[in-house]
Design a protein around this ligand. Structure first.
Ligand SMILES: [Zn+2]
Length: 371
């Protein structure tokens, strides 16, 4: 396919742009780093057809590129923050055999450069694109607190959402993602001297231990519902009956129905020890991304294009959340995993597979033409 050839011919300049973006390290929350990366994106995407605007938020700049075209816009979601504190890698960018290695190269700065080249390809060849709204956000890795309302506002006008998170390690696209909830359950007891008058105390750690088993009983592995009581805090010193204890619980579900069932179960918990009290806080952070006939049709389109590129794409389902959870929840057909092939996301060995870059960039460009 011609597009693939064009991407192959442009691979050296692709790698230069990728290096430039990756070297501008931009961990979530690092405003100077995020601003520098956003500045590079403005330089790279600014000259393209369309209008690029910038909104500065407390968590960094959000960029929006609007491109006119026929019909309701297709929304493209990208994030340029990474999970890696500055200097985490021995070198911010390096090429090693077939790999390009660096912070965020796979999740998802490589995707952003693939998008850049898809748009450049359209300009170079004059091929027609649909109306596009492209968001570049600085806070996805921390749950998108600032970007979420902007993503949702754009999604409400969109006919489809493409999310440029990386594909699975096997190269599959993502049609379903689990929803994510974070809850905090606190047990409140009464302090007392452990040696002198333990009977006057109410042990919050003991109370919490009872509750944690009840929390775990809400799991349903067959339905993919998991509750991880992964952080526990409690007590002060060993000779005082513990007055307070709390647990942080990570909830993952495939469906909203399961989210509701679990939340009701958590709210229904009652203390076991006389005199103890419970407090529950938190909730669903990202609703599940459940496949719909429309989102599967979108996947079929991508699959057919993949086939012409020699890719056998499958509809992947993954436990981690993304901004696609928000758009899918609003009923917008959403397809995720359209970034570059690679691996070791969130690790200090994060990489993309260089020889596969042209093919994945061509897939993205052709999918845009097909919409
Ligand atoms: Zn990501």
């Amino acid at each position: 396919m011609e597009t693939w050839e064009w991407m192959k011919a442009n691979l050296p300049s692709f790698l230069k742009d990728l290096e430039a973006l990756v070297r501008r390290e931009s961990p979530s929350g690092d405003l100077p780093g995020l601003k520098e990366a956003a500045g590079f994106l403005e330089e790279a995407f600014g000259p393209l057809t369309g209008r690029l605007s910038r909104k500065d938020t407390p968590r960094g700049p959000v960029l929006l590129l609007k491109r006119e075209g026929e019909g309701k816009p297709v929304l493209i979601l990208t994030h340029y923050d990474t999970v890696h504190p500055k200097g985490s890698f021995p070198e911010a960018f390096r090429l090693e055999r077939e790999k390009a290695i660096g912070p965020g190269v796979y999740d998802m700065k490589g995707s952003i450069i693939a998008l850049l080249y898809a748009l450049r390809h359209a300009e170079a060849t004059g091929r027609r694109l649909p109306a596009l709204e492209i968001l570049f956000t600085p806070d996805e890795e921390v749950g998108s607190p600032e970007s979420r309302p902007l993503i949702e506002a754009a999604a409400k006008k969109a006919r489809a959402a493409l999310v440029l998170e990386p594909p699975t390690a096997e190269g599959d696209l993502k049609v379903a993602r689990k929803g994510v909830g974070l809850y905090r359950l606190k047990a409140l007891g009464k302090a007392a001297h452990q040696g002198v008058e333990p009977e006057k105390g109410v042990n919050a750690v003991l109370e919490l231990a009872h509750q944690i088993l009840r929390v775990a009983a809400l799991e349903d592995w067959e339905k993919g519902t998991t509750l991880g009581p992964n952080v526990v805090r409690g007590g002060t010193v060993s000779n005082v009956v513990a007055e307070e204890a709390e647990v942080e619980i990570d909830l993952r579900i495939w469906t909203l129905e399961e989210a509701r069932r679990v939340e009701e179960g958590l709210k229904a918990l009652t203390p076991v020890l006389p005199g103890a009290r419970l407090e529950l806080s938190g909730g669903l952070n990202r609703p599940p991304m459940e496949p719909t006939p429309e989102s599967l049709a979108l996947f079929q389109k991508a699959r057919a294009i993949g086939e012409s590129l020699g890719l056998a794409l499958r509809p992947g389902r993954v436990g981690g959340g993304s901004d696609g959870n928000f758009t899918a929840h609003l009923g917008v057909p959403t397809l995720d995993g359209l970034g570059l092939l690679g691996g070791d996301a969130h690790q200090k060995t994060e990489y993309v597979v260089v020889p596969e870059i042209p093919r994945r960039a061509a897939l993205l460009a052709e999918l845009l033409y097909a919409l």
